[in-house]
Design a binder for this molecule. Structure first.
Ligand code: ADP
Ligand code: MG
Length: 394
């Protein structure tokens, strides 16, 4: 307990943020220095590094994530495998950056989402929603010697929220503007956006998952070309958009027209979704298929913005982060579909397209230690704002 007392009373903290996203490409680790709290927090990104996830672990995550192939003993195993893997990455990070673990006050760990069921279900008279992030925080705490806060989504889901998105807290604190309407877009495996009208308050923030990000593009690169992703659009640039295929994806995607709050995960856009669409496109050149699914990501993001957001001003800024910000065709598609937007990659105050989500989990951990709530109930649909996370002491 002495360690916890010590860090609770600090006005400045060094916190590590760690996660692996739905793309399961890498473990992202950031070290952040925080001063102050709540809306008045200031932060400095001191270090950031990504550690590639070995193919075997990635395949195991995909296997466990799908109900057809996952099993309860594998979930049990993977919870510890990932906990140990995250801890090993953090220890390596500290060694490479020459930072003593003793200097780090806390770790905020998102873990790996292996299942997300944000729609209300009923069992034995109990109504609930559910989500599961694994890579146990207690394993991380005990393997690094650093107090670890994990499992940030559960408290929101306990209050009947969707448990996602959590990034709007960071977006509001760091990116709101007095002058312009801003939309922050993160294109990971799944895409999500936060809309920040000029001069907005917490309660004005609108945010939701828009649908696919890189997930289906990555699946197709793997399926047709044995590549984990279409680096710099080398494949899709050779293809052309199939209008017929594009309209078929639009038709099949029931999430696109849903009203917010809404969140989704690997469940909806995984291989059976793509494979069922492709049944009738056996003779379509593979590069056209990849090009068309890439276009669909831009289309669905833009469609959500045009249909669901009511911005008062004609012009707005679209600040893009996540791996998809490095996909030039997704970025071009956004510019074409949204002529009123100034589309750029996030790069402000040390927060970049790559490190933003790791910064988020450090920020959420820091606010948990401050006793502040960080879910936005207007965004997740939760009945209450909640202090997120579980604290594992060492
Ligand atoms: N240079 C690039 N060209 C095309 N796509 C890229 C590039 N860099 C990253 N990506 C895409 O970004 C994905 C990783 O995005 P990331 O934000 O890490 O997602 P997640 O949060 O789901 O882990 C990769 O799988 C790939 O699809
Ligand atoms: Mg990633």
């Amino acid at each position: 307990m002495t360690n916890l007392h010590k860090i609770l009373n600090k006005s400045e903290r060094l916190v590590i943020g760690v996660l692996s996203g739905t793309s399961v490409d890498a473990v992202d680790i950031a070290l952040i220095k925080f001063k102050g709290k709540g809306e008045n927090v200031s932060l400095k990104v001191l270090e950031y590094k990504e550690y590639k996830i070995p193919a075997g672990i990635k395949e195991f995550v995909f296997k466990v994530s799908h109900k057809e192939s996952g099993s309860v003993d594998d979930v049990c195993r993977l919870n510890f495998i990932l906990g140990k893997f995250y801890a090993a990455c953090i220890n390596k990070f500290l060694k490479q950056k020459d930072i003593s673990a003793k200097k780090v006050d806390a770790i905020g760990s998102h873990g790996q989402t292996i299942h997300h069921l944000p729609l209300t279900e009923k069992f034995n008279g109990i109504k609930y929603k559910s989500t599961l992030q694994i890579g146990d925080p207690s394993v991380i705490a005990n393997q690094t010697g650093i107090i670890t806060i994990g499992d940030f989504r559960t408290a929101d889901v306990a209050h009947d929220g969707g448990g996602a998105p959590l990034v709007p807290y960071l977006d509001f604190v760091m990116f709101r503007s007095n002058k312009t309407d801003r939309i922050l877009l993160n294109i990971g495996g799944i895409s999500n956006l936060t809309c920040l009208p000029a001069k907005c308050k917490f309660s004005d923030v609108v945010a939701f998952d828009t649908g696919p990000g890189n997930m289906m593009i990555d699946y197709l690169s793997q399926k047709f070309y044995s590549k984990s992703f279409d680096k710099d659009c080398r494949i899709s640039k050779k293809g052309t958009i199939s209008k017929k295929l594009l309209s078929e994806i639009k038709k099949k995607d029931t999430f696109l027209l849903k009203k917010y709050p809404k969140s989704t995960g690997r469940e909806l856009y995984h291989k059976s979704f793509v494979d069922s669409i492709l049944k009738n496109y056996k003779s379509e050149p593979k590069e056209n298929i990849l090009r068309t699914f890439t276009e669909y990501t831009s289309y669905s993001v833009s469609g959500n913005i045009k249909r669901l957001l009511k911005l008062k001003n004609n012009k707005f800024e679209l600040l893009v982060s996540g791996g998809g910000a490095s996909n030039c065709l997704i970025m071009d598609g956004l510019k074409n579909n949204l002529p009123n937007a100034t589309v750029t990659q996030v790069n402000s105050g040390g927060i970049t397209t790559s490190n933003k989500e790791a910064v988020l989990f450090a920020l959420l951990a820091n606010e948990t230690l401050n006793g502040n709530t960080t879910n936005l109930k207007s965004v997740t649909g939760a009945k209450k704002n909640a202090i997120l996370g579980k604290i594992c002491l060492v």
